[in-house]
Design a protein around this ligand. Structure first.
Ligand code: PLP
Length: 390
């Protein structure tokens, strides 16, 4: 019969990332029932460990039983009622997806745009928000299609000054860079497990503050999605008497529990510092190889996801295929307008290690040199090492 025999890869793409053995092992622990008091205790611990990673004390913090896109739908389907107005910032594929999801939930969507590879300018948001009464302002914190880190504070303030809720996509930021939801003024956020949390894909942590909960509790219409209706999910994830909603993915909850424990054992600040250092080393290494980074402003570069242009005359797919087959390294190609033009190299969670930085730099140098690309041998590794030494 068929054998299940996936190859051992080094996952340096835009997610999923490598998963720590302890997190993988957690999924093999015995199943218990989704209403077992022991499982309720595990759920409580997951929520408790999630809050600091979001930078929040929000009571309504829990993982939705589906991937990041379901987290996106959860936020919009619960906050939006047909005819509500949403101002959505679009500077990449996931901002684009947000407009689609919001519109499907019945929102009238106005877009604020920036070119792919650039952050959204708060001045544009300030201008656009004056033109209507928006219920929600939505933005992506870490745009995985471009590698842009979006500053949030100013836009949060603009949203609040106009009485709108501030909604943030934290799928690629969670566990890689600080989110600080309470300090920034994020009213609702959704995330993913398969990036810097380094758990398998399949859950989407979400968090809602009291303002957002108030909006949900005072809806005039029923939430259109039965599965994602937070008023029901909250009764399973909170309160003294738990009410069955759906059968929780027990093993996935074990995995996120283990992944969050590892993060807290290392210490959030150390986790962020590790991402910052390795990301910078990779970026300096790529530049020393003569490659051009997509995000020009260094302050807007994500440490956990570096985007770099494919050099002139080099076939994108051939390089990625050789990395995969000769080195077992996965990196990502470009999406949308960047298809075939850029590479996306992730250093997320358990993948974010010096070993992987030096490995991917030397593998790229070797493959590119073999294809006739001119670069100084060893310069990339030296530039990366200089970051570690500094
Ligand atoms: N938002 C961002 C920023 C993402 O990077 C992704 C996935 O890569 C998503 C949303 C969607 O998440 P998922 O693919 O887990 O549904």
């Amino acid at each position: 019969m068929y054998q299940l025999n996936p190859p051992q890869r080094i996952l340096l793409g835009p997610g999923p990332s490598d998963v720590h053995p302890q997190t993988l092992q957690a999924q093999a622990l015995p199943l218990i029932g989704h209403m077992d008091p022991a499982f309720i205790q595990i759920m409580n611990e997951v929520a408790e460990m999630l809050r600091p990673v979001f930078g929040t004390k929000n009571h309504l913090t829990l993982p939705i039983s589906a991937t990041g896109s379901a987290g996106m739908e959860t936020v919009f389907v619960n906050l939006i009622e047909p005819g509500d107005k949403a101002l959505i910032c679009v500077n990449g594929l996931f901002g684009e997806r947000m407009t689609d999801v919001a519109a499907r939930c019945g929102a009238e969507v106005t877009r604020v745009e920036a070119p792919w590879g650039e952050a959204i300018d708060p001045a544009q948001v300030a201008e656009a928000i004056k033109k209507d009464k928006f219920k929600v302002v939505g933005i992506v914190h870490a745009e995985t299609s471009t590698g842009v880190k979006q500053p949030l504070e100013e836009i949060a303030k603009i949203a609040h000054d106009h009485g709108a809720l501030f909604v943030v996509d934290c799928v690629t930021s969670i566990g890689g860079i600080p989110i600080e939801a309470d300090k920034v003024g994020i009213d609702a956020a959704y995330a993913g497990t398969q990036k810097c949390l380094s758990a398998p894909p399949g859950l989407s942590p979400v968090t809602f503050n009291d303002r957002a909960v108030d909006v949900i509790m005072n809806r005039k219409t029923k939430v259109q999605s039965w599965y994602l209706d937070l008023s029901m999910i909250a009764k399973y994830w909170g309160g003294t008497t738990r009410v069955y909603h759906h059968t929780a993915p027990i093993s996935s909850i074990y995995a996120i529990h283990a992944a969050l424990r590892l993060i807290h054992e290392e210490g959030l600040e150390n986790v962020f510092a590790r991402h910052a250092k390795n990301g910078l080393a990779l970026q300096k290494g790529l530049e020393a190889m003569g490659l051009k980074l997509v995000v020009e402003n260094p302050d807007h570069r994500l440490p956990e996801l570096t985007t770099v242009y494919v050099p002139e005359g080099i076939a994108d797919a051939e390089v990625r295929s050789r990395l995969l087959h000769e080195y077992s390294i996965e990196i990502g190609g470009g999406l949308g307008v960047f298809a075939g033009k850029i590479w996306r190299i992730g250093l997320m969670g358990h993948s974010c290690r010096k070993r992987n930085v030096l490995l991917v730099l030397s593998a790229l140098e070797s493959i590119l040199s073999g294809l006739g690309y001119k670069c100084e041998k060893g310069a990339a590794m030296a530039a990366a090492e200089a970051v570690y030494a500094g």
